[in-house]
Each structure stands twice: as structure tokens, then as C-alpha cells.
Design a protein around this ligand. Sequence first.
Ligand code: ADP
Ligand code: MG
Length: 399
Amino acid sequence: MPTFKTLDDLDDLTGKVALVRVDLNLPMHDGSVTDATRVEASAPTILELADKGAKVLLLAHFGRPRGQRSSVLSVSMTLDAVQAVLGREVMFIPEVQGPVVEQSIGILRPGDIGMLENTRFWPGEEANDMAFARGIAAHGDIYVNDAFSAAHRAHASTEALAHLLPAYAGRAMEAELKALDAALGTPKAPVAAVVGGAKVSTKLAVLENLVGRVQHLIIGGGMANTFLAARGVDVGKSLCEHDLAETVNRIMDQADHAGCTVHLPYDVVVATEFAANPASLRTCNVHEVGADEMILDVGPQAVEALADVLKTCRTLVWNGPMGAFEIEPFDTATVALARTAAALTQDGSLVSVAGGGDTVAALNHAGVASDFTYVSTAGGAFLEWMEGRELPSVVALQA
Ligand code: ADP
Ligand code: MG
């Protein structure tokens, strides 16, 4: 496990200023926040620091203002939601450095919480500019990063600050890093990876990283069609990237050399139109797909075999649904496999970590998200981690 400092390394912070990078890039509709999950994730960190006596200053980006002030992209749009989740008053401070910040800190008492303006109003944020970061760091005594979802970006508030102040992982960051390490860093073998979703092209780097790290690579979703087609299977009208046949065959070779078994479906659920419970719905062997049919889900026999594979594994990492789960009954394989993984996790035989926008939605749909060991809501950062890349803000925390 890579080492980084956590809130456990902090004692009394009375009178100290904690600069806390959080994720306030919340989904909005008509000017109000529609989902405050990201705030809920960081609430324990914020409250723990406040309860230790710190003056807590939240730092975050909001949207893409591209280095300019924009009234509609003020992070204060999230203020009501943040106060509601924390159950505390939060003082909005319309700058990230300078006299206004200094005066505001003077007004805050130990344990109070402030929210600095959208870091991306200043070009120095995305440029990871040291001078800009120094201007922010000047107001703080410690830096806490609790925004794993922004960890793949080397920006002033996610990377440079960690070099300028004593730096700590917040509780959400700590949980995420521990879960990811348990899944792919130092996992218990055998390890299975489920990779599904629409396209191979968006997850090439993920597949290439995984074949060298896992013993079982389970391919589902639209990308299974590309694998099947590369093996000479006629996939009819299925979503398929025929031009990637060579790439897929190279990945299969890499898997072979690394001793990784690639599992492709041998039965599938097909239909001639993409609609709920269509009349044309049928289950067939992959070699029996009609010219006018689309593969929209993995078949029941394959799901049963895959469940047996999971039963032999100690660790599972999952990204991408097995089928077009948004429309019934093409959610069947995803739901069944997710429930198997959840049950094995609850039995204590499997460590299960999942991530990805649609994957999280699919696990919620299956009603098992809370039965997995860990579900990451950090889209881009989670995928980059699955690609085996170092995340700049995590590296900075370890420095
Ligand atoms: P994530 O967001 O979890 O990384 P992706 O965005 O890669 O996942 O993929 C999710 C999408 O893949 C879903 O919209 C789903 O409908 C689609 N999909 C899965 N299987 C198929 C299939 N057989 N044919 C067409 N689309 C599919
Ligand atoms: Mg997606």
C-alpha cells in the first residue's frame, strides 16, 4: 500500500486553517443541485477537521469557466446543498487568495467552515501554476485532498498545493485509495475483471493493463461483440467496432502470454430492434445470430458459467455493464452477475470494487451497490486508475 498521511496523523487543529480540496462539481438543474452524493462523501472529512478546531476552507472547481470569472459558474451555486448536507453554516468567500480571504479567515472561528470561489476562474488552476498555488497556500496551515474524482488532473488545487503545505488524504480519498489498492495494487488472487460497456475503443488501455494483472478477464456488453467478430463470429447488426479486430487479437495474445483467461459469452440475447421486451427477442448461441439481429445482452448459460468463475476468485474489479441494461430485459445478465458478486462479497469470499458512470447506475438498478466492497463514483479518475496510470494528485500526496 502506498503511504500517505491521513486525518489520523492530525491532533488538535484549533486556530489552524485547513484547505480542503473537495468535489463540488455537482449536477444541477434550473439552478439547484440535483444530486449531492459527492458532498455526502466528503462530509465526514469536513466535519472531522472542523471538530478538531480547524477553520475549514473548501476548495473546488465547478464546471469549465476556462480561467475567467462567470456568475453562473460560481461555486456558491452549491452553497445551499453543502450547508444542507453538513448541517452547518458555510461562509462563501468570492476569492481563493488575497485580502478578502485573509479578512474572512479573521471572521471565522475555530470549527467554522468557509467555501472559496471556483478555482478554475483563474488560469493558474489548470496550468498547475506554482505562483498561483503559493497564493492559496499562504492562507493555510495544512492541505487535505478529499477529491479522488479530480485526482487524474495535475491542477494547482489538486497537485501543486500538496507540495506547498503538509498534505493529507481526506477520509473519502483514503477509503478510495485503500479499496483500489485491495482490488489491483496488492489483491488476493485469483483476480477477475469484468469489462463491459459500449465500446472497446474507449477502454483499450484498460484492457491492456488488466490482461497483465488479472487471471480472468470477463468481456461483456457491446465490446464483447467486437471480440466475437474478431474471432470470426457473425454478429449481425450488433454494435461492433470491426476495424479493431487486429487490436482485439493482440489483446487476446497478450492475455495468453500473461496466463489470463479471457471469457467471451457463448450464448447471447438478441433482438431486431432496441426496444423494451420486443417481439423479436430470443436467446441463441453466438454462432446463430441472424443478419438482422443485434446482440443486446449476455445469455443465461454464459452468466451461469461466469458466476462459477467468480466463485473461484478472491477479488473482482468491474467496469461496464454486461448488456444494454437501461432497457428490459437486457439488464438481466448485469443484474444476475452483480447479485452473484454481491452475495459472494457478503459471504466474505470476494473483495469487489466497481466503478464507472453507467456501472454505478447498473449496480444501483440491481440494488446491490451497497453490498459491494467499494463502488467508486469517480468516472475519469477510476478509469485512469484501471488503465494502470499514476494519478498526479495521489502521487503528490505520497511525496
Ligand atoms: P461505464 O459508464 O460504466 O464506464 P460505458 O459507458 O462504457 O460504461 O458503457 C455503458 C453503455 O454500454 C450503456 O449505455 C449500455 O447500454 C451500453 N451497452 C452495453 N451492452 C451493449 C450492447 N450489447 N449493445 C449496445 N450497447 C450496449
Ligand atoms: Mg458511460
